[in-house]
Design a protein around this ligand. Structure first.
Ligand code: ATP
Ligand code: FE
Length: 335
């Protein structure tokens, strides 16, 4: 089947066309209006989606060289995410499905982050079930045991901030632009990861916590700034490298524990933070160190994208799982 996927859960408007498991186009309009506020402003995000959605969808058809009449179904992100943002994609998907008389397929955004690994060019080989997927994004951080495409068990998750949120908030403290994750990644490459140490959380099981690291960085900087007002500028690369190392160490330690306890060697990462070069390297190191088969998504499938939505829609299409046209967006949506 040829399927159109639509993603609008946060601040990226995206549309993609998939044919089988092959992505023919994956178009995104990134919103820059949020930068001056240091975070996503829901009302502005919703308005920008309204402006972007038609050109983005049109471009996805043109790039794929596909006509509207050729598609078999439309997949859309029903949740979780910002309601005002989700509503734009959901309403658009519903109207287009009605006018083209094709079935509608709802997609869970988090399942989509994980299932991006089944896109044809995501990996040389897709992961084998059961696999573990460290799902790390702006809103979520969790270790998921993926037993089958739609049989997922969350075995650990963050009790406060998400890892991406930690990158962004710590970056904000340091005066970096939003989103700070990719900026920290870039600057970290020029710094010494052992220059500074920050307190790490001590938590049972496979749960995470990141707000303590943020506070630890905040207090450390406040103290340093009293003695040297230029401390951040003078040490920004070492700070970024040290912060990144701390977050990755925390992420990997629990993931390694889970892999050992569950006796799983198929290990994947997904979500926006899986774009992080330090995390990707740490995963790669475990191929030799722990004998893992690792699955690291291509960059374009890490942060929000409609390719992953189209992929899940295709899997549901094969199962005959369609959504009633009376559906509505939902800010919360359990996997
Ligand atoms: P969710 O998927 O939980 O609803 P979201 O969709 O907003 O949240 P994503 O788009 O998956 O999140 O990821 C965005 C997050 O990824 C941001 O916090 C951003 O800083 C972070 N991020 C992106 N690239 C990198 C990178 N190279 N290093 C670290 N963090 C990164
Ligand atoms: Fe996301």
């Amino acid at each position: 089947p040829i399927i159109l996927g639509i993603e609008s859960s946060c601040d990226d408007t995206s549309a993609a066309i998939i044919n089988g498991n092959k992505i023919l186009s994956n178009i995104a309009a990134n919103q820059t209006v949020h930068q001056e506020y240091g975070g996503v402003v829901p009302e502005l995000a919703s308005r920008a989606h309204q402006q972007n959605i038609i050109p983005v969808v049109e471009k996805s058809f043109t790039k794929a060289n596909i006509q509207q009449k050729d598609i078999s179904a439309i997949g859309f992100t029903r949740g979780p995410g910002l309601l005002g943002s989700l509503l734009v994609g959901t309403s658009f998907a519903k109207s287009l499905a009605m006018s083209l008389d094709v079935p509608l397929i709802e997609v869970n955004h988090l399942q989509a982050h994980i299932l991006c690994h089944f896109i044809e060019d995501a990996n040389p080989m897709p992961p084998k079930f059961p696999f573990l997927c460290l799902t790390v994004s702006g809103g979520h951080t969790m270790i998921v045991l993926v037993k089958d495409y739609f049989d997922m068990e969350i075995i650990g998750k963050t009790i406060d901030d998400a890892a991406g949120e930690a990158f962004d908030k710590i970056g904000k403290i340091m005066g970096l632009d939003y989103p700070a994750g990719p900026i920290i990644d870039k600057l970290a490459k020029l710094g010494n990861p052992d220059a500074f140490t920050f307190g790490k959380p001590k938590l049972e099981n496979y749960d995470y916590s990141f707000s303590g690291i943020k506070t630890s960085v905040l207090y450390f900087l406040q103290k340093q700034l009293k003695e040297n007002p230029n401390f951040i500028q003078e040490n920004v690369e070492n700070l970024c490298a040290s912060v990144q190392k701390t977050i990755i160490d925390v992420l990997m330690k629990k993931l390694e524990k889970a892999a050992k306890d569950y006796d799983v060697k198929e290990v994947a990462i997904a979500g926006g933070v899986s774009a992080n070069s330090g995390l990707r390297e740490a995963m790669q190191n475990n191929v030799e160190k722990l004998g893992w088969n690792v699955y690291i998504p291509k960059f374009e499938y890490t942060t929000d994208n409609a390719a992953m939505i189209a992929m899940v829609a295709k899997l549901k299409f094969e199962r005959g799982e369609f959504t009633d046209l009376r559906t509505s967006a939902t800010a919360r949506y359990d996997m």
